[in-house]
Design a protein around this ligand. Structure first.
Ligand code: DGL
Length: 274
């Protein structure tokens, strides 16, 4: 048993998709969230910059005494070197492998789509993870598309159903996935579930959407349970949110997404200079 909080981080709002699922799965756990809102988006930056930002995010969470880290950011999960994450003093769970495995389980026709940031697409992480999966009965074909404008739009609060800007972007970005006939679409950026309605409307009812934040949360739960590190209580968990810019927008949009008032729980925090 380990009573320390679980750390979760992302470049901004996206990691809340992991928080929502962790709070549902593990209502007795305390969660500590960091959103690097001063530097979002990460997905259009260089590999070196993403590694630096990701390591600073991890250092912040470690300095707060977390017992495990959910990297609820596909961009960072796809970029941080494996020898760095393996050397951390607490378990570190990314979102890519769990999401690829969930997609391989869900697909019936073997055609899987991935939408993600430019950096995640460039890293090749999803294609590698899907190709490594043992699915001998069903060869997988993977169609990947970068959707760089989704994150800034979401961070600016355009998350309501029927927002014209989101509908237009979804039509543009998802066309190749529809053409490829995918029956399973990995939302390979944790921000995208905030606009899942628009994505589902565009893809149509026969397509299963995989929420990478939620899949990462499941993997983290299993890792903690396997290591005997869950808290011995089933309710009363608290969530504290730290952001690197003013917390107003985060509290407003995040509160809408989580369905609760976040205003008292969001703390601005300036990361140490690199
Ligand atoms: N939500 C993150 C991801 O899953 C990062 C998006 C961004 O900052 O570009 O990739």
């Amino acid at each position: 048993m380990d009573n320390r909080p679980i750390g979760v981080f992302d470049s901004g709002l996206g990691g809340l998709t992991g928080v929502r699922e962790l709070a549902r799965l593990l209502p007795g756990e305390d969660l500590l969230y960091f959103g690097d809102t001063a530097r979002t988006p990460y997905g259009s930056r260089s590999r070196d910059t993403i590694i630096r930002y990701g390591q600073q995010d991890v250092a912040f969470l470690l300095s707060r005494g977390v017992k495990a880290i959910l990297c609820a950011c596909n961009t960072v999960s796809s970029t941080l070197p494996a020898d760095y994450t393996a050397g951390l003093p607490v378990p570190f769970i990314g979102v890519v492998d769990a999401s690829a495995a969930a997609a391989a389980r869900a697909t019936k026709n073997g055609r899987i789509g991935v939408i993600a940031t430019a950096a995640t697409v460039k890293s090749g992480s999803y294609t590698r993870a899907l190709n490594a999966l043992d699915a001998p009965q069903l060869p997988l074909s993977v169609t990947v598309r970068a959707c760089p404008l989704f994150v800034p739009v979401i961070e600016n609060g355009y998350v309501g159903r029927g927002e014209p800007i989101v509908t237009a972007l979804a039509r543009e970005y998802l066309a190749p996935l529809k053409e490829a006939g995918v029956d399973t679409l990995i939302l390979g950026c944790t921000h995208y579930p905030l606009i899942a309605d628009a994505i589902a409307d565009e893809m149509g009812p026969g397509v299963t959407l995989i929420d990478s934040g939620a899949q990462g949360a499941l993997a983290l739960r299993d890792a903690l349970a396997g290591a005997g590190r869950l808290r011995g209580r089933t309710s009363g968990g608290e969530v504290q949110f730290y952001v690197s810019d003013s917390g107003e927008n985060f509290a407003e949009v995040g509160g809408l997404f989580l369905g609760k008032d976040l205003s008292g729980a969001v703390h601005p925090f300036t990361l140490a200079a690199p």
